[in-house]
Ligand binder design. Structure first.
Ligand code: AMP
Ligand code: ZN
Length: 499
């Protein structure tokens, strides 16, 4: 197996990846809080871990990938006194909190499918693991690293920091600085120190989502769910923990503290963090209104883009930046990505059709091809460097295209080398990078261009029908028909085909 190097946010250096159990990898990634539509920033993070998941599998590891759904406990402002994001949304939309959760979980799954992001091995929900979280709170209390105040339970950060000496290692936050931070929080009076955080919160009468516990009728703190669910499905000590950069503090720092305080060890050996997707130089973020949705990109109806862009162009655009670099979304950058994507897909389509008669070979070209193939995988093995791996493939494109014209010195590639090249493009573009060729004609049931988008449209139509919104359902069918796409409702569900 090829050596893999990963950048560990904990040690702040690149390290050779060595899994705890030979051939097996446990990976936990913080999933979405399902209170609104995911934006492209969120999608970038999940896409980055999708490539990591795919590459680990490509290398031959058996991977158990756990990505949770946060459906309780994430408070507005991420502090201990805010309102629950889901409960707040439920009031605004006039829905049950679980209806909000279902609606935005469905939307999230639709997006994952459209962008060809694989499902994780397990997708646990916080509300499905209240008992596990209560047990973990009890363990932390038993070990003396938490205290009860007025029915809530707080993590004793200062005591933990003094005794273990590890608090702040991931984020570089210094406990003294945290203690000095003066904050005007409602529950500050219950906390012994400003750096303490709630692991169980007593709910007031107006609170919508609450459960019985030994301390009060309440709900778990946001950081706790990931500690409890990763421990449940991956064990107290596993290989990789991931999430966006913005989760390093307080979420991941507090997760580490909770795990150490309950299980006695840090949860993960390698902490991987993705960098932020920017728009106009600022972090894409729902709360700032600096967002663009996938639908806006696909339709081109946004002041940020001048035309529609397809899911795979967007995926390619994201892969052209390393996951640890920021990426600025703009119309120009998407246009360039569209050109690059087309060029690579066309070269690949031609390459896959080449049939070689074992002609006289050109040793220099053969050596170059083999070297570039090797370098492509070297780049992927160097902290999943997708932009550099793509750059190597782009170096191979003129060699492939020259085969078309049988230019002097080119075209004389032996059958085994052509097969190696075909295999490399196929594996890197589709299996590892998760792209699809949108230019390929889309036969029903094939992996072609329209599959993901059509799946999404069919679901939208089903939703409309379920809501007795016949107008929208008919409009979807008519618009598709105008594009020569016919949809049929049958026993096996709805299918589609091109006229
Ligand atoms: P949330 O639903 O807010 O918990 O976010 C889900 C995931 O998306 C987390 O891992 C965040 O770190 C990540 N995320 C949020 N905004 C961005 C962004 N602009 N760029 C990349 N990742 C982001
Ligand atoms: Zn988490």
């Amino acid at each position: 197996m090829r050596d893999l190097t990963v950048y560990n946010s904990l040690s702040k250096s690149k390290e050779t990846f060595i899994p705890i159990h030979k051939g097996l990898v446990g990976m936990y990634v913080c999933g979405p809080t399902v209170y609104s539509d995911v934006h492209l920033g969120n999608i970038r993070t999940f896409m980055s871990f999708d490539v990591i998941f795919r590459y680990l599998k490509f290398l031959g590891y058996k991977v158990r990938y756990v990505r949770n759904i946060t459906d309780v406990g994430h408070l507005v402002g991420d502090e201990d006194e805010g309102e629950d994001k889901i409960a707040k949304r439920a009031k605004v939309e006039g829905l049950e909190p679980m209806e909000v959760v279902q609606k935005y979980t469905n939307g999230f799954h639709d997006m994952m499918r459209i962008f060809n992001i694989l499902s994780p091995s397990i997708e646990p929900r916080a509300t499905g693991h209240i008992i596990d979280q209560i047990e973990m709170v009890q363990q932390i209390l038993d070990h003396g690293f938490a205290y009860v105040a007025n029915g809530s339970v707080y993590f004793d950060t200062l005591k933990f920091a003094k005794e273990k000496g590890t608090y702040g290692k991931l984020s570089g936050r210094i406990i003294e600085d945290l203690l000095q931070e003066t904050r005007d929080l409602k529950n500050q009076g219950e906390k012994r120190n400003a750096a303490d955080f709630a692991i169980w919160m007593k709910a007031d009468d107006r609170h919508l989502m609450k459960w019985n516990s030994p301390w009060s009728v309440g709900f778990p703190g946001w950081h706790l769910e990931c500690s409890a669910m990763s421990t449940k499905y991956l064990g107290a000590h596993f290989d990789i923990h991931g999430g966006g950069n913005d989760l390093k503090f307080p979420h991941h720092e507090n997760e580490i503290a909770q795990n150490e305080a309950s299980c006695g060890c840090a949860p993960a050996n390698y902490w991987l963090h993705t960098n932020m997707l920017l728009m106009n130089g600022r972090k894409m973020s729902k709360s700032d209104g600096n967002t663009i949705t996938a639908e806006e990109l696909f339709s081109g109806h946004s002041r940020h883009v001048e035309k529609p862009y397809s899911p795979m162009v967007v995926r390619f655009f994201m892969l052209q930046a390393h996951y640890r670099s920021t990426l600025d979304l703009s119309n120009e950058a998407l246009l360039a990505a569209e050109k690059g994507y087309k060029k690579l897909m066309e070269a690949n389509a031609f390459l896959q059709k080449i049939k070689t008669e074992d002609s006289e070979k050109n040793a220099a070209i053969e050596t170059k091809i083999i070297q570039l193939i090797d370098e492509t995988f070297d780049e992927l093995s160097d902290d999943f460097n997708t932009p550099k791996a793509l750059a190597r493939l782009f170096e191979l494109v003129p060699i492939i295209n020259s085969y078309k014209d049988k230019k002097e010195g080119f075209g004389n590639i032996s059958a085994p080398t052509i097969e190696l090249l075909q295999d490399c493009f196929d594996k890197v573009l589709f299996e590892i990078m998760g792209l699809r060729d949108e230019n390929a004609r889309s036969d029903p049931g094939s992996e072609g261009a329209l599959d993901g988008v059509m799946q999404f449209i069919i679901e939208l139509r089903q939703e409309a029908r379920a809501n007795k919104d016949w107008g929208t359902a008919d409009k979807i069918r008519d618009v598709l028909q105008a594009q020569n796409i016919v949809i049929k409702d049958g026993k096996e569900g709805t299918t589609w085909n091109l006229k």
